[in-house]
Design a protein around this ligand. Structure first.
Ligand code: LMR
Length: 333
């Protein structure tokens, strides 16, 4: 048995966490050789419910679950953590955009950033799931200050990648595993760009496998609006598909990326690809054998793709402006 990984899941009594926690406990996220010390964080009124979640985790008799606790005190749950999976936030309802939540959820991520800096482990890694996840990640990163480097902060666009992959495979009559290098760029929002121009289906460029006109119009719109479509149909936002994407996101960050593929991860921009430094934007990412990621370099974006990337990045710039008052001096307080 390898090491024990300490993981906090916030919003631990919510729908996404309910689908995510058993996956973590059963080894689906950190593998069959890693025990998990699982900390459930939620707001005080939810702690009794969290005790029920703990009972269910105990009743699963998961061999890899070394410990599970719950608290509304981040000093208890975030102590020495290796991973922070930040799910806790107000979800959007029908007719809303994720960005509409920015002023409501932003302050939660100020608190998270500060708590992670104060209590987290030396190599803590963060995954922001609560929406709008890119800008919430930016807020948490700013609030944490310089003690935690940029490369520890990520936000979830794997759900969009999974959606895009499934839609493209269905259209092409291909298997899911035949769709490669289908990267999401930019924001997890209605402006996100699933870059079909570099995607490969069964060894061929996507535009050779399906009609480019469909890719430029319907495909992009379907991926951009998939979260809203789930909400319209279910009345509530996605849960187990989001949980699956969190598992995939973390696994992709921990395992070498196959040579013929990329993973979509929203990370702190270093200014590459014309994305302003400091924005949390989705890029194609590769992980080498040592478990640390790098943005794939040299990806060619044609005029169509460039226009789409610029549009989604412009939205991230606007979101950052909307929370400027929150992040100004956040780390100092
Ligand atoms: C999703 O994409 O399903 C989630 O981000 C939830 C939402 O608000 O769409």
């Amino acid at each position: 048995m390898g090491k024990t990984v300490k993981v906090v899941v916030t919003g631990a009594t919510g729908q996404v966490a309910y689908a995510l926690l058993p996956r973590i406990a059963s080894g689906g996220m950190f593998g069959p050789d890693t025990e998990v010390d699982l900390r459930l964080w939620d707001i005080p009124p939810m702690i009794d419910k969290a005790k029920g979640v703990i009972m269910e985790l105990e009743d699963g008799a998961y061999p890899l679950l070394a410990r599970v606790t719950a608290s509304a005190d981040r000093a208890e749950t975030h102590g020495d953590i290796d991973w922070a999976l930040l799910v806790g936030s107000v979800p959007r309802g029908p007719g809303m955009e994720r960005g509409d939540l920015i002023r409501k959820n932003g302050p939660i991520f100020l608190e998270e950033g500060r708590a992670i800096a104060r209590h987290g482990g030396r190599d803590v890694r963060v995954v922001v799931v609560g929406n709008p996840c890119n800008t919430n990640c930016l807020i948490a990163r700013e609030a944490a200050g310089p003690s935690i480097p940029d490369d520890r902060w990520t936000a979830l666009t794997r759900l969009d990648q999974n959606r895009a992959r499934a839609l493209l495979a269905a259209k092409a009559g291909a298997r899911m595993r035949d769709v490669k290098r289908l990267a999401i760029w930019g924001n997890h929002s209605a402006t996100l760009y699933p870059d079909f121009t570099n995607a490969v289906v069964g060894g061929r460029k996507a535009a050779a496998a399906v009609d480019r006109a469909w890719l430029e119009t319907e495909f992009i719109a379907l991926v951009q609006q998939r979260g809203a479509a789930v909400i319209a149909a279910r009345g509530v936002s996605s849960a187990f598909s989001a949980a699956q994407a969190v598992v995939d996101h973390v696994r992709s960050l921990l395992t070498p990326t196959p040579a013929d593929d990329w993973a979509s991860v929203a990370v702190v921009s270093d200014g590459g690809y014309g994305v302003p430094k400091g924005l949390v934007s989705s890029f194609p990412v590769r992980v080498a054998g040592d478990g640390w990621w790098e943005v794939v370099q040299g990806v060619e974006l044609d005029a169509f793709a460039r226009g789409k990337v610029d549009a989604t990045v412009a939205e991230l710039v606007r979101e950052r402006e909307m929370v400027q008052d929150l992040i100004a001096g956040a780390a100092a307080r």
